[in-house]
Ligand binder design. Structure first.
Ligand SMILES: [Fe+2]
Ligand SMILES: [Fe+2]
Length: 170
């Protein structure tokens, strides 16, 4: 594998770990304001980011690249409201989509077809991530002045069951 691609995937491993760290911090905030269902959802999201990380790890290792870890920056620990949390989730996922697109651009530039093919899974995954985050955000917006609605959202998010993506073992 081209060293530039190896470096870029290692950077993405760091970004996925940061995502996991950010969602872990959001889960703690949501617990602190007693939104147990929202916190549960966020813990599942945290695990999903670990699965994204592991999938990159497995690919890089399989291609003979070396995984090298770097410092993970400190995530925020406070938000203004649960609505602000989900605004942040959507904005963060949009940033990650940009990073994935950048990896695809590099794979194409290097004519690295294997990596390009592998990355398409993440391209599709980001569509889902943005759609899910936006859906929850819209629910919060509709219920911003409605405590009963907030209670319903919390109950709904409590139902999430984390299933690792096919082929990924944590
Ligand atoms: Fe991710
Ligand atoms: Fe996902």
């Amino acid at each position: 594998m081209d060293e530039k691609m190896v470096k870029a995937i290692n950077d993405q491993i760091n970004a996925e770990l940061y995502s996991s760290y950010l969602y872990f911090s959001m889960a703690a905030y949501l617990d602190s304001i007693n939104l147990k269902g929202c916190s549960h959802w966020m813990m599942a999201q945290m695990m999903e980011e670990q699965a994204h990380t592991k999938k990159f790890y497995d690919f890089l290792t399989a291609r003979g690249g070396r995984v090298e870890l770097a410092e993970i920056k400190t995530p925020p620990s406070d938000w203004e409201s649960p609505l602000a949390v989900f605004e942040n989730v959507l904005e963060h996922e949009q940033t990650v989509t940009g990073l994935i697109n950048g990896l695809v651009d590099l794979a194409l530039e290097l004519k690295d077809h294997a990596t390009n093919s592998f990355l398409q899974w993440y391209v599709d995954e980001q569509v889902e991530e943005e759609e899910t985050a936006d859906g929850i955000l819209q629910n919060f917006k509709l219920n911003v002045d409605n405590p009963g609605g907030l209670f319903m959202i919390d109950k709904e998010l409590a139902q999430r069951v984390f299933v690792p993506p096919t082929g990924v073992t944590l």
